[in-house]
Design a protein around this ligand. Sequence first.
Ligand code: SF4
Ligand code: SF4
Length: 64
Amino acid sequence: MGKKILVKVNEDKCYLCGGCAGVCPTLAIEVSSSWHFLEDKCISCMICIKACPVGALTYEEVSQ
Ligand code: SF4
Ligand code: SF4
């Protein structure tokens, strides 16, 4: 079983471009007037973290 992660946003860096939400295969990120992570939908693929153009996303590993 792979690791499970919680994705976190640095609100000082995030400019709400929606790029991370656009690449997430399971729609686990919603971006509108703020950034939201839907933990139950996340499959811990890390695509969003690599996709953010300003490095606003980080993650924390959690036990499952
Ligand atoms: S790690 Fe993958 S599944 Fe989870 S929010 Fe990021 S892109 Fe979506
Ligand atoms: S890709 Fe980065 S800057 Fe754009 S909404 Fe996501 S976290 Fe914010």
